[in-house]
Design a protein. Sequence first.
Length: 431
Amino acid sequence: MDVKLPNLGDGVSAATVLSVLVSVGDIIAVDQPIVELETDKAVASIPSPHSGKVQAILVKSGDTVRTGTLVLTLEGASKTELSSDTPKAAAPVAPKAPASGQPSVSAGSAPVYTPASGGTVAPASPAIRRMAVLTGLDLARVEATGRGGRIEWEDVQRYVTWLQHAAFQAPQAGASTGAPVAAASPFPLVELEDMSKYGPVRREKVSSLRQKIGKKMWESWVTVPHVTQFDEADLSNLMALREKMNKKLKSKGVKLTVTALIVKALTQSLKAFPVFNSSYDAATGELIFKSYYHIGVAVDTPSGLMVPVIRDVDQKDVAAVGAELGQLAEKARNRQVSLDDLKGGTFTVSNLGGLGVGPFTPIINVPEVAILALSKTVMKPVIENGKLAEKPMLPLGLSYDHRVIDGADGARFIRHLVDGLQSISEADLEG
Ligand code: CAO
């Protein structure tokens, strides 16, 4: 039986095979990851829709694959084991070998690279063109190696690595510190001294997901001027409401967490301040206002941070939002989240409160323009109507893109949110 690549998700036409996770002769189960793919957006593994014995493998690391590409053939697979749904690309990740064709750069040596002659810019994806506008990178100098003469991210990486070496006048080849050969980095490289001279060290390859996270964080940090504003909300009302609702929902097997209530309540503030639910297209100087409220929730997984997205939160009741939050977080932790689950967010919530920490400054999940951090709710003494009272206070941190949001708007937004959380009622939590 043939196993072909499923739909890779909206807008994803091709992917690169990072690794093949099975071998000829393996007996595999339904939903067992068979290959890991990398797209412009994410790294994901593809689950097998059938069980059986692997007869032949038709792809290898580095191949470009598309929806429908034949991945492998199975013996002894039963049609009854076919998933009824089209399987989706699922979860991240595993260590990634350096992509073939990337320049090998010994620490300290100049990568071999011949920049394009300039003048004409080869075709490139909108993400690459936007990055070039934002950073002032001259794409006409980038040697294009993609299909049909397109500029790929790897081409940009090679060019930037070469520029970095040129800019910092790296030592000549042969002056290596003994570090292993490195793949091209998506970040500006800082020259490292040999740390083993101070004591024993151990080098460990980071996973592809870690590299993706790092790249996203770096892109956000260098392209978006961040401001973080802090406040706190008295959750007495919200926690009492949560307890009451959880009693009602117990029979349905749903348990609402504080995160679910806040994610739901937040959409009212986003509606009141639409710029917080927008993206900024710096290339055209336009704000893109979204009439949908897809909230990303940062999930701590064994492989690293992932941000699955709950769609149309404003149209769902809090029970549906809570159930979806639980399912997506579970899928993320089990590496079963699909590429589509990770896309299309308009605003992100990051709750580290369960880990017991105080206020922190979250990094904006670009191309969104703001992110909300939730920290540990603690009982605190507050003065209310002239009397000392003990209240569960939730610290909030709001980071926003200062290019498009002024401090006063940030203050108004966070006050609106705090007021909304403090006066929350069941009506606010309906679909
Ligand atoms: N203050 C105090 N306690 C909190 C809390 C907060 N802000 N948030 C959660 N908790 C506690 C609750 O007591 C909860 O137990 P109860 O059942 O008694 O309510 C317990 O933590 C567990 O909550 P949870 O984690 O199971 O569920 P959640 O919906 O609150 O959070 C999720 C879900 C996905 C946000 C969380 O599991 C997670 O992964 N958080 C880490 C996010 C992260 O890594 N952010 C950093 C990204 S970089 O900015």
